[in-house]
Design a protein around this ligand. Structure first.
Ligand code: GRF
Length: 197
């Protein structure tokens, strides 16, 4: 039995959460996961450049003009080809097909920049500020067919300051995302390994 869980990352852009996950592993190789593949639906995504720098295999193809189910079947095939067991969405800006979420049920994590169940979807920081909230934050949750839904496995609050704009708040939340996601992924994978015995 392998003593690490093979994780696949799906991303569409900057890739700073992926980088945090990869760095966390690089600094401590005893972490319960190995990153086996980085997938992107955006061939020019910065996250892919970072992945190549880390020496991690990548797969990319634009989803444009393709049916969602067909595109996700391509991703599914690549993940399986690389022996991926758990998927971590890290700024993957596309809704997954129900076929994909069903196949990978309980094995896909996502990071969302709000205190779920508040503010699913986009523009989360602006909405928290306009809502007069005391706290914003980020959540790690298990992915289901519904957008930004599914059980929350970890969450971190960030205080909203009087002069905050969506940008200043996003910066502080992102710093917490970079701590929360690697830790939550490590714990999730460790629990999987323990369940396997
Ligand atoms: C993060 O804010 C994450 O919470 C959201 O998309 C953003 C991705 O940023 N899901 P990055 O690509 O990881 O830098």
């Amino acid at each position: 039995m392998a003593d690490r869980v093979k994780v696949g990352i799906l991303l569409s852009g900057r890739g700073s959460n992926f980088e945090a996950i990869a760095e966390y592993k690089r600094k401590d190789p005893t972490r319960a996961y190995d990153i086996g593949l980085v997938v992107s639906n955006v061939p020019e995504a910065r996250g892919l450049v970072l992945a190549r720098r880390f020496g991690i295999p990548t797969w990319t193809q634009s989803h444009k003009g393709m049916d969602r189910t067909d595109f996700d079947a391509l991703i599914d095939a690549e993940l399986r080809r690389h022996g991926i067991e758990v998927v971590a969405l890290a700024g993957y800006m596309r809704l997954l097909s129900p076929e994909f979420t069903e196949k990978w049920s309980g094995r896909v994590l996502n990071i969302h920049p709000s205190l779920l169940p508040a503010y699913k979807g986009l523009d989360t920081h602006n909405r928290a500020i306009l809502g007069g909230d005391e706290y914003a934050g980020c959540s790690i949750h298990i992915v289901t067919a519904e957008l930004d839904d599914g059980p929350v496995v970890a969450q971190k609050k960030v205080k909203i300051l009087p002069r905050d704009t969506a940008e200043t708040l996003a910066e502080r939340v992102l710093r917490e995302e970079h701590k929360l996601y690697p830790e939550a992924l490590d714990q999730f994978c460790r629990a999987l390994l323990e369940a396997r015995g």
